[in-house]
Write a protein that binds this ligand. Structure first.
Ligand SMILES: [Mg+2]
Length: 227
C-alpha cells in the first residue's frame, strides 16, 4: 500500500549541503554529508519538542482563518468541504517510527497500523471539530485501502474523530499511476458532485498537488515521502 522512501537523510544532508559552495565550487558531498545518526537525532529533537506541534498549529490556524473568511463570503447553495489526509495528518505514526528506529519495513508497519493505536495530531483534531462546528463537511481521503477499514474507523473514533461526512479509500483495483493522481481524482469527483473544497490539508505534497481546492495546507513530515 505504501510507497514510502526514507526521507530524512536526503532532507538533512544533500539538500542542505548540496547547495553549499567553496571558492565557487561545489564542496565535497562525501565530506560534508550529515551522518545518518545525526539526522535521526535532528528528527527526534524536532518531533519531541514543541517545534513539530507548533509548525502544525501554524498551518491549522491559517486554515481556520480561511474557513472563517470563506464562510463570510459563502454564496447561496454552495456546499463547502474541508478535505483531510489521514496518516500523519489526522493520526500520527511518529511513536512507531521512533520505537522502530525509523524503519520502513512494510509488513511490521502494516501490522501496527492494523492494530489501530495511532495517536491524534491534536491541532488537526481541533481543525476537524472546528469545521464541523461551522457546518462544513469534513471529508477524509486516505491512501489506505478498504482492507484496513475496520481498524481505521476504530482508531479514528477512539482518538476523537467522529461524524465525518465521508471517507474515501484507495481502490484495490485502480488505474492510478501514483497517489497524487488518485487524490486529485477523488477531489475532482467531489467537486463534480457539487462540493466546493475550500481547504485541503495533508503531510505530503502528493496530497495537495493537482488542484480542486481553494487553499492547501502542508504539514511537516521529515520521515518519509509518498509520491
Ligand atoms: Mg499522510
Amino acid at each position: 500500500m505504501y510507497k514510502k522512501l526514507i526521507f530524512f537523510v536526503l532532507a538533512f544532508s544533500f539538500v542542505l549541503i548540496g547547495c553549499e559552495k567553496k571558492n565557487g565550487q561545489n564542496s565535497n558531498i562525501s565530506e560534508k554529508a550529515l551522518n545518518i545518526y545525526n539526522a535521526k537525532d535532528f528528527v527526534k529533537n524536532y518531533y519531541s519538542t514543541n517545534r513539530y506541534e507548533q509548525d502544525v498549529e501554524d498551518q491549522t490556524s491559517a486554515a481556520k482563518q480561511y474557513i472563517d473568511s470563506r464562510i463570510e463570503n459563502k454564496k447561496e447553495n454552495e456546499k463547502l468541504a474541508v478535505v483531510f489526509d489521514l496518516d500523519d495528518t489526522m493520526l500520527s505514526e511518529y511513536q512507531y517510527q521512533l520505537k522502530n528506529d525509523f524503519s520502513q519495513s512494510h509488513e511490521p508497519k502494516m501490522l501496527w497500523l492494523m492494530d489501530g493505536k495511532m495517536k491524534p495530531i491534536k491541532p488537526v483534531l481541533e481543525l476537524f471539530n472546528y469545521a464541523k462546528s461551522k457546518n462544513i463537511d469534513t471529508i477524509i481521503i486516505t491512501d489506505r485501502d478498504k482492507s484496513m477499514r475496520r481498524s481505521t474507523l476504530k482508531n479514528l473514533k477512539e482518538q476523537g474523530y467522529k461524524n465525518w461526512s465521508q471517507i474515501m479509500y484507495y481502490p484495490e483495483k485502480n488505474s492510478y499511476s501514483n497517489k497524487e493522481q488518485y487524490k486529485t481524482d477523488m477531489r475532482k469527483q467531489l467537486t463534480d458532485s457539487g462540493y466546493t473544497i475550500i481547504v485541503n490539508i495533508g503531510d505530503q505534497q502528493s496530497d495537495l498537488n493537482g488542484g480542486y481546492s481553494e487553499k492547501t495546507f502542508k504539514l511537516p513530515n521529515y520521515i518519509y515521502i509518498i509520491e
